[in-house]
Design a protein around this ligand. Structure first.
Ligand code: SER
Length: 874
């Protein structure tokens, strides 16, 4: 072939340089987790970081951009997970070369530059290139055929080939909503020896004609109802698969044969002990190590929902392929160093996260190996017959009990020509969910029959409100009246009580009506906008329709607000001090504390804790006023506020500015940061692989915490008779003294034992010329026993000796035999002989052996038996 050879690194560089020369700004790859975009699971193409620029809600200082973007197509609208391992060109993780025009150039420049780069810089033979255009895009068709000169038979018009308007290979959408437009794709023909047909033909899915570069002419914003709104300006968004281009430029027909993948496949072969590097499982593993490592680097760790579940599915699929190759212990994580070697330079954040990635992957491997083998046995048994369908129940059991994601089960079944009854799987899943709901925390919702309108929530501004009772419940049943002493739930038309949500606990307080007093223990949502006040009627009667005064427990609420507001400041400080990978994974805010779980791989050091405390307290001292603004979600995103993925934000949201933090939040907050008082971290620890938990206190709780510490210090100072300031040196002295005393005691013991030893010499009996001695050595430890034994051997010259000591109920025994007698008596056997009589066992060498026993009462008899035992052998 005539095209020159380029490595993956050469291709990245050449691409960016080409577009830099055409006045494009080179932009870095953005994280796999799109910032503030709940419509999208993962960054699935280069345009994701520019979405708001297309929509006109964000502006950049440039109108042309180019990048090499890390992308993931697993889960979500674009999902290639199931194809990996089965085709030459599909990946979960891949790199996309892209260039963009934001209202600047359009179709002509885009296609012409594309052609120039491919045919002149990369020198692809023009006769191997094909193009497609959207069915009615005459403009693009003409550019290809008349201006670039591609023969009309190699330019294919593609319509809505997926069943509905705009559902087309040549109409690109990022997600179900958002920027979209018709596109023109460039294909490369790998030659007739590869099966597959040209684009638009029935065999288009084969590996012969490969789409390499998509040029999207972004013109619309897809609405949730399927209609399109024009964008403020037509834009260009192109994306070329780096791995596919590399395959062509390296004269191979599969992405998995390019330099980068060959190195990964070799590493996978090594770690799985697989010599046949063409084994498809190695391709799966090589693909999946990239996806999962980049995901961890971007803060996604395996879990049972959302992005974390996609991560888990990919890891487990890789592990299963390792298992298929015979691996039964963790191997996958060992590929990370090789990946970092190959890609760390282009993606420094991957290199920086190497240790964290290895930890997370290893932990997930260890966890899955616990159930994998049993699950595989069940699956093998179910597939043993010749049924062509695996029952949904079995697939569900594998999922539920053995942690087999459905696509893993599918993958195994597909290898064996069996399909999975997915409808049956889903039905089993629904049944289980319904059972869980019936049994669990939804019990209340199930029985609470409320059809009225939502209540007003006035608790942001007020802690007391005149309201009306609109519903009452006892044991989940609506009642007209609550009687004194009855427990129940009260619903009001308007309430200052905050209902538990967003990690903040529900309010408590009182609802009063004349002489009736309902003590509210907790507030929980019955529906999104209907709050149930749970509690007990202390006295009086309370009826539906009664006018009441609802009073929130102010002290408790204020303590809760301090902890909630400080959580925002702490979240920000954590990201600043530990890094942007910190993502909130859960929080609990109550009057006592804030507890915050987040992604991070290592313990927070003392110095980092101090830094976080310093930053948060500095914000508190600045005493900024809190600002809450209600706005539509799009405007909120434009403010750059922190959002949580998976959180269902409504059309209008609250943007909370506390100090310099900005988050979307429906919780209640202090008016000024100064209201928080002192902030103090009181705990830090790990809760799961890659997840840390930090706990902190504020206000009066912080004072109480410090006072308690001070009390402890004072008590210690009293006990050590030293002023608090000198405690450390005093404790140092005391420890020094203790060490000195320990030494002295050791020396004394030794002296004591050796004087006992001298006395023992006289006790030795002569058995056919050999001295035999068996005695106890009061207060001796193992070392003293051994030392004394050595001395006695020296003194007795030709001897077999047993020494024992009793400590608590435990017996320690040492036996020693002088060299001239070892032919007759072995110390190991001797010690065992004694030990067995005192409930123990032991052994050792011929000259010296140690053993233990548990029955001290048998020791005297055991020692007595030594002489006869030796005599038999002497
Ligand atoms: N967004 C388009 C694609 O992913 C072009 O980059 O194909």
């Amino acid at each position: 072939m005539s095209t020159p050879q380029f490595t993956v690194a050469d291709i990245r560089r050449t691409f960016l340089e080409f577009f830099k020369d055409k006045a494009h700004t080179v932009v870095a790859s953005s994280p796999l987790v799109p910032g503030n975009d709940p419509t999208l699971m993962f960054t699935n193409s280069g345009m994701v970081q520019f979405k708001d620029v297309f929509l006109g809600t964000d502006k950049r200082p440039y109108v042309r951009a180019a990048s090499v973007q890390a992308c993931l197509r697993a889960g979500g609208k674009h999902n290639d997970l199931e194809n990996v391992g089965y085709t030459a060109r599909h990946h979960t993780f891949f790199e996309m070369l892209g260039n963009w025009s934001f209202g600047d150039y359009f179709k002509r420049e885009s296609l012409k530059w594309g052609w120039e780069l491919l045919t002149q810089v990369f020198q692809l033979p023009a006769d191997k290139l094909w193009a497609t255009v959207y069915i009615d895009d005459d403009e693009a068709y003409d550019i290809w055929t008349k201006e670039i000169g591609l023969p009309p038979e190699r330019v294919v018009r593609i319509g809505d080939n997926k069943g509905a308007k705009y559902q087309s290979d040549n109409f690109w959408m990022m997600a179900d909503t958002g920027p979209c437009g018709p596109c023109s794709e460039i294909f490369y023909d790998h030659g007739p020896e590869i099966p597959g047909g040209p684009p638009g033909s029935p065999d288009a899915d084969g590996d012969r004609y490969i789409e390499i570069w998509n040029h999207v002419f972004m013109q619309f914003d897809m609405q949730p109802d399927g209609s399109v709104k024009p964008l403020p300006a037509p834009c260009v968004d192109t994306g070329m698969g780096l791995e596919r281009l590399a395959a062509i430029l390296q004269h191979v027909h599969s992405n998995y044969e390019i330099d980068l993948f060959q190195a990964l496949i070799e590493a996978a072969g090594r770690e799985t002990g697989t010599a046949d590097l063409l084994n498809p499982s190695l391709r799966v593993i090589a693909d999946h190590i990239r996806a999962t490592s980049f995901l961890v680097a971007d803060g996604v760790i395996p879990s049972n929902e959302g992005r974390g579940y996609v991560q888990r599915r990919i890891i487990r699929r890789a592990i299963r392929h390792g298992y298929k190759l015979g691996r039964k212990t963790p191997f996958f994580y060992k590929l990370v160093p090789e990946l970092v070697r190959l890609m760390g330079e282009a993606y420094p954040h991957l290199a920086a996260a190497q240790a964290r990635i290895m930890d997370v992957l290893k932990a997930e491997e260890e966890r899955f190996y616990e159930t994998l083998e049993n699950g595989m046995e069940i699956l093998d048994a179910a597939l043993a017959g010749d049924a062509k369908v695996l029952a949904g129940d079995v697939a569900f059991k594998l999922h539920d009990t053995y942690g087999f994601p459905l696509d893993l089960t599918n993958d195994v079944c597909r290898e064996r020509g069996v399909s999975v009854d997915e409808a049956g799987f889903n039905a089993a899943m629904d049944r289980q969910k319904a059972q869980a709901r019936a049994a669990g925390k939804f019990k209340m919702d199930r029985v609470l029959d409320y059809t009225g309108s939502g209540n007003l929530f006035v608790g942001y501004e007020k802690l007391e409100e005149a309201a009306k009772v609109v519903a009452l419940y006892v044991d989940g049943t609506p009642v007209a009246e609550l009687k004194s002493g009855q427990e129940g739930i009260v619903v009001l038309d308007s309430t200052p009580f905050y209902a538990e949500s967003g990690g903040q606990v529900g309010d408590s307080g009182r609802i009063v009506a004349g002489s009736a007093l309902f003590e509210v223990a907790d507030t929980q949502k019955i529906k999104a906008d209907v709050y149930g006040h749970h509690g007990k009627l202390a006295h009086g009667t309370l009826g539906v329709g009664d006018a009441v005064t609802a009073q929130v427990d102010m002290v408790r609420r204020q303590a809760t607000m301090r902890n909630h507001s400080v959580t925002h400041l702490m979240h920000k400080a954590l990201r600043e001090v530990l890094g942007e990978h910190v993502q909130q994974k859960g929080s609990l805010v109550d009057p006592d504390k804030t507890r915050f779980d987040f992604t991070h791989n290592a313990p927070i050091t003392d110095a980092q804790v101090r830094e976080i405390e310093a930053r948060v307290n500095a914000e508190i001292l600045q005493n900024h006023a809190t600002q809450a603004r209600v706005m539509d979600i799009e405007s909120a995103k434009a403010t750059g506020a922190m959002m949580l993925f998976g959180e269902k934000y409504g059309d209008t949201v609250r943007v909370l500015d506390i100090g310099s933090s900005r988050e979307l939040c429906g919780g209640t907050h202090v008016q000024r940061t100064g209201d928080i008082g002192l902030f103090k971290v009181v705990g830090e620890g790990g809760v799961a692989a890659g997840i840390r938990r930090i706990e902190a206190v504020t206000g009066a709780n912080a004072l109480a915490y410090l006072q308690q510490l001070e009390d402890t210090v004072n008590r210690l100072a009293g006990a050590l008779k030293a002023p608090a300031a000198e405690l450390q040196s005093r404790v140092g002295q005391v420890l020094e003294q203790v060490r000195g005393l320990e030494k002295e005691v050791g020396a004394l013991k030794g002296r004591l034992a050796s004087s006992q030893g001298d006395e023992l010499v006289a006790q030795a009996v002569d058995v056919k010329g050999m001295k035999v001695l068996a005695a106890t050595l009061a207060g001796a430890d193992a070392k003293t026993l051994r030392d004394t034994l050595d001395k006695l051997k020296d003194k007795l010259k030709s001897a077999a000796i047993v020494l024992a000591a009793v400590d608590g109920g435990k017996v320690q025994i040492a036996a020693g035999v002088t060299a001239d007698r070892m032919g007759q008596v072995k110390a190991g056997e001797l010690v065992n002989f004694v030990a067995q009589q005192v409930g123990g066992k032991g052994g050792g060498k011929a000259d010296m052996a140690m053993a233990g026993g548990t029955d001290a009462s048998k020791l005297p008899a055991a020692l007595q038996s030594v002489q006869a035992w030796v005599a038999e052998r002497a």
